[in-house]
Ligand binder design. Structure first.
Ligand SMILES: NC(=O)C1=CN([C@@H]2O[C@H](COP(=O)(O)OP(=O)(O)OC[C@H]3O[C@@H](n4cnc5c(N)ncnc54)[C@H](OP(=O)(O)O)[C@@H]3O)[C@@H](O)[C@H]2O)C=CC1
Ligand SMILES: [Cu+2]
Length: 459
């Protein structure tokens, strides 16, 4: 290659791929499209099937000699063949892309094993979160890949190549991180696990609670069979309750963290693990809350078409027609209309929050805009939805016409949790508290002159 500028030289750089399987072929095709030259190392260079146009194929040894960067697109089980050719791999950079089928399948990470087999080469672990499918279909733009390795220079070479393919590279440090990297593709929604468990737990709890309280109790006590309510009415109680609690749980760790920082007077100490984990799944909590709010909205829309509700309304009107005239009650109108108004507003804000949590939308906002929407509007949403809940409770249990001697504890719970969050948030927003917190978050104690230093310089 006689190109002069560094750029041109890179463009025609020769890269080597060991293995002509799915991943090898897709990666080679992608590299060729990005302007690299590609040579394959194969056990059977003459019968390895169709390869991307423009790629060469040779024996492993010959291929290794014509490039410095070698991608290992071979399963770990077959690495042993490298042992016989270690002299030809001296000084080469071996990129280990391999994955395993299970966690902890082998005592050491694949990359560590490779390094042990070929001690004179430099191993870089990475790109293993890519798939042959994504490579082939060009779904790479902005996708994040991880690298780790002991040689900064080798990592740099792989990172440059990855950037050229349109990938975003994240350096995970030395080769000892290989294990972690190999576990990434085996993860199953890790950040969704906790929120989903909480949601399922809450749903189950409130479902059975309401089943016993509303339906079984009515049957046992009054002999009334209202089991049809399981289908709609029960769900439309469970969903808003779970939604509201999940939304509060999404904002609770934020205020706890603020109080912890206030208490400690510093932001330089790590949060306890449980709080860390909780903070990391706030987005998922919020999205699940949005899902339940959606269900609640849909269930509410069909109420007027429900047989039981129509029947109740019609008999009410007939009863009123016969006896007393049907008065228009202003208080009633206020109670009902403000209940719906808050519900609609709350739901609208909910959706807005959900939209801005999408990476494509959130990414286009400035930090301040994002923070404004997620924190200020988020707490406003919580406030509106909680008020919606309070008015519901007032209509249902406390108004003179509907008065019941007690409010069900399950219902209270769904109001207590968000109320606590809101009160705590209000405390944090008090000017004096807010000022202290801002100072802590700006790391003010680090900017204070160190007393010892002052003394020393005075001396
Ligand atoms: N497929 C994918 O989407 C991804 C795969 N990976 C990893 O890439 C590696 C390759 O995967 P994939 O391409 O799907 O696998 P394939 O089975 O499709 O290809 C493996 C290739 O390895 C070579 N090979 C097989 N046996 C031996 C042996 N005994 N000695 C030397 N070479 C051998 C063969 O090439 P030849 O006949 O030319 O020698 C074969 O084509 C794996 O470690 C996998 O974990 C990582 C991320 C995604
Ligand atoms: Cu509602």
């Amino acid at each position: 290659c006689y190109a002069h500028s560094k750029r041109e030289r890179q463009c025609t750089e020769m890269l080597c791929i060991f293995g002509t399987g799915d991943l090898g072929r897709s990666l080679g095709q992608r590299l060729l499209q990005s302007g690299y030259r590609v040579v394959y190392g194969s056990r059977r260079p003459h019968s390895c099937g169709p390869l991307p146009l423009g790629a060469q194929v040779m024996s492993h040894v010959a291929a290794a000699q014509s490039a410095r960067l070698i991608f290992m697109c071979v399963h770990r089980e077959h690495y042993a063949f490298l042992e016989t050719m270690t002299p030809h791999l001296k000084g080469k950079v071996l990129v280990d892309i391999s994955n395993n089928l299970k966690k902890d399948m082998y005592p050491e990470a694949n990359a560590a094993y490779l390094q042990r087999l070929v001690p004179d080469a430099t191993v870089v672990k990475g790109l293993n979160t890519l798939s042959a499918w994504a490579l082939q279909n060009g779904l790479l733009a902005g996708k994040q890949v991880f690298l780790c390795g002991n040689s900064a220079e080798a990592k740099q070479a792989v990172a440059e190549m990855s950037t050229k393919l349109g990938l975003t590279v994240l350096d995970k440090g030395s080769l000892s991180a290989a294990r972690e990297l190999e576990d990434f593709p085996l993860q199953l929604f890790p950040e969704w696990r906790l929120p989903l468990r909480v949601a399922v737990g809450l749903t189950a709890f409130f479902f059975f609670y309401l089943l016993i309280r509303d339906i079984i109790y009515a049957y046992v006590e009054q002999g009334k069979d209202i089991s049809f309510r399981i289908t709609m009415a029960l769900g439309n109680k469970v969903f808003p309750i779970v939604s509201l609690i999940m939304l509060s749980l999404c904002y609770l760790p934020g205020v706890i963290a603020a109080f912890l920082q206030l208490y400690r007077g510093t932001k330089y100490r790590r949060f306890p693990d449980w709080l860390d984990r909780w903070m990391l799944c706030r987005k998922q909590m919020g999205l699940i809350a949005l899902g339940f709010a959606f269900l609640h909205a849909i269930y509410t829309f069909v109420i007027p078409t429900r047989y039981a509700v129509r029947h109740k309304l019609i008999s009410l009107v007939m009863k009123n027609n016969k006896t007393t005239p049907f008065y228009f009650d202003n208080t009633e109108a206020w109670a009902q209309d403000s209940f719906y108004m808050l519900g609609i507003l709350g739901f609208f804000l909910y959706v807005l929050l959900g939209l801005t949590s999408l990476p494509s939308v959130g990414g286009s906002l400035s930090w301040r805009e994002f923070n404004f929407i997620q924190s200020k509007l988020g707490h406003l949403t919580l406030c509106i939805c909680t008020s919606h809940g309070y008015i519901y409770g007032w209509n249902k249990f406390l108004r003179p016409s509907t008065y019941k001697w007690y409010t069900p504890p399950g219902y209270m719970l769904c109001l207590i949790v968000p109320s606590v969050v809101l009160v705590l948030k209000a405390l944090v927003l008090l000017p004096c508290v807010d000022r202290t917190l801002t100072r802590i978050r700006q790391g003010w104690e680090r900017t204070q002159p160190d007393e010892e230093m002052v003394k020393a310089t005075n001396l």
